[in-house]
Design a binder for this molecule. Structure first.
Ligand SMILES: Cc1cc2nc3c(=O)[nH]c(=O)nc-3n(C[C@H](O)[C@H](O)[C@H](O)COP(=O)(O)O)c2cc1C
Length: 424
């Protein structure tokens, strides 16, 4: 049975120094022009030096008109033609690899999960809208993509991957989870199409499979291609565990180097360990909440599996490895609070990581506060400071909202300069 600090050889031959993977966390910290800068370099250096075997970046956007946040990095056709920009991506890659870990860029299209305040026109499988009680005004109804538009988005994922390889990243991970565009196609709740891209699971999974094939066609075999997938949406009538197993079986023949198991969406944030259901499944009430799902998916998966969600303790990470179903333990928030957690564990230290729990009645605000509190740690690290457990969630949330409105304005100016029409 493999142990946490054993190396891991991926199907493409890449050797990862250990089995701890940093889960993708959107930093929302780009410089003007949606490009990486010195702050991201500093942040990734901290993670690289912390001894993580694989580092996934926060989601990098494949399209300038579809961002999960106004501070998102965009990598698209032509981005690296500018030598200064190419050097910026190069420095980011160098920093992320400086500790000897495998550096993978998560690439994403949010589909309908974009905030109306950003002025974009959301797109999705069908004309649906994110529906969170009390937050109805935050999102707009999406335009249902045409066949031609879907093919353009597939080509964008391939081009972003080619450029990530050119910039020095070791691989890409297609974000197919958390209710973003690929996940919107996979879920029968958001995909109401009756053409080749909707209806049966085979059709709903077509976008993901076509994206993976398009990427593989333009990158070297040694470049890692990974997928983050929901084990389930945690919404009645949504994408279920059996669907996830079938999708993984289809991915088995597509030269995928790793699948990361997660779950949930903006409407049902299971990735944070909770859902909006009245009686969430038992697995969500404890550490490493997707492990039971992962065990079942491991029965069909031929590629290595990473499972992310809820790990803060060495004992939990070891427990996951001991199941024999998990090849890599994904850790996101704990690495925001303790970037050198892998090195600490390796040296025999077992730091207790207890971040402030936010038990506000309004689940939407609570989920936003969790994100803001974590991002506040990124900001500290990017400024050369250590993370702090003493931040006040209300103050952090307010400050984050203020920062967001500033960078939203900057983004809108850039976005309009790209020739896009802003939504009033
Ligand atoms: C601030 C923040 C940003 C996140 N951004 C992303 C992202 O860009 N892509 C992604 O797949 N997941 C994202 N996640 C989810 C994490 O990757 C992970 O699935 C989730 O936090 C559960 O893992 P954890 O319990 O170890 O934090 C984000 C989480 C947080 C807290």
């Amino acid at each position: 049975m493999a142990e946490l600090f054993d190396t891991l050889t991926l199907p493409n031959g890449a050797v990862l120094p250990n089995r701890i993977g940093k889960g993708a966390m959107e930093e929302n910290m780009c410089d003007a022009g949606q490009v990486p800068g010195a702050r991201l370099v500093k942040l990734y250096k901290a993670w690289a030096e912390g001894g993580t075997g694989m580092i996934l970046t926060g989601n990098v956007m494949v399209a300038p008109n579809a961002l999960t946040g106004p501070g998102g990095v965009v990598l698209q056709k032509g981005t690296l033609d500018n030598p200064d920009t190419a050097a910026r991506f190069g420095r980011w890659a160098e920093a992320g690899k400086s500790g000897g870990g495998h550096l993978v860029m998560q690439i994403s299209h949010p589909g309908r999960q974009v905030f109306a305040a950003q002025g974009q026109r959301p797109v999705s499988a069908s004309a649906t809208k994110v529906n969170i009680a009390g937050f109805e005004k935050l999102f707009d109804t999406a335009h249902a993509l045409t066949d031609t538009e879907i093919k353009e988005i597939i080509a964008r994922f391939a081009e972003t991957s080619r450029l990530a390889e050119q910039a020095g990243f070791d691989g890409v991970q297609v974000h197919g989870a958390h209710g973003y565009l690929v996940s919107q196609f996979l879920s029968p709740l958001t995909n109401l199409r009756d053409d080749d891209w909707g209806g049966s699971l085979e059709n709903r999974a077509r976008l993901l499979l076509e994206i993976v094939r398009a990427i593989r066609a333009v990158v070297k075999p040694s470049f890692s291609v990974m997928v983050k997938l929901n084990s389930a949406d945690f919404q009645r009538g949504g994408f279920e565990l059996d669907d996830a197993k079938q999708v993984v079986a289809w991915l088995n023949v597509e030269a995928v180097d790793m699948v990361e198991i997660s779950g949930g969406s903006y409407e049902s944030p299971a990735m944070q360990g909770r859902t909006r259901e009245k009686n969430p499944s038992r697995t969500l009430q404890r550490e490493m909440y997707f492990i039971e799902f992962a065990k079942e998916i491991a029965e069909v998966a031929k590629m290595p599996l990473m499972v992310t969600g809820g790990v803060t303790k060495l004992a939990t990470a070891n427990m996951a490895m001991a199941t024999g179903s998990v090849d890599m333990v994904g850790i996101a928030r704990a690495l925001a609070y303790q970037p050198d957690l892998p090195n600490q564990w390796k040296m025999g230290a077992v730091p207790e990581i207890v971040w402030p729990t936010i038990t506000w009645k309004n689940k939407g605000f609570a989920a936003l506060a969790v994100m803001s509190m974590t991002k506040a740690q990124f900001k500290r690290m990017a400024n050369g400071r250590a993370p702090s457990l003493k931040l006040n969630p209300v103050i952090v949330l307010i400050k984050d909202r203020m920062d967001l409105s500033k960078i939203t304005l900057r983004y809108k100016i850039w976005f309009a300069a790209q020739g896009y029409e802003l939504k009033k």
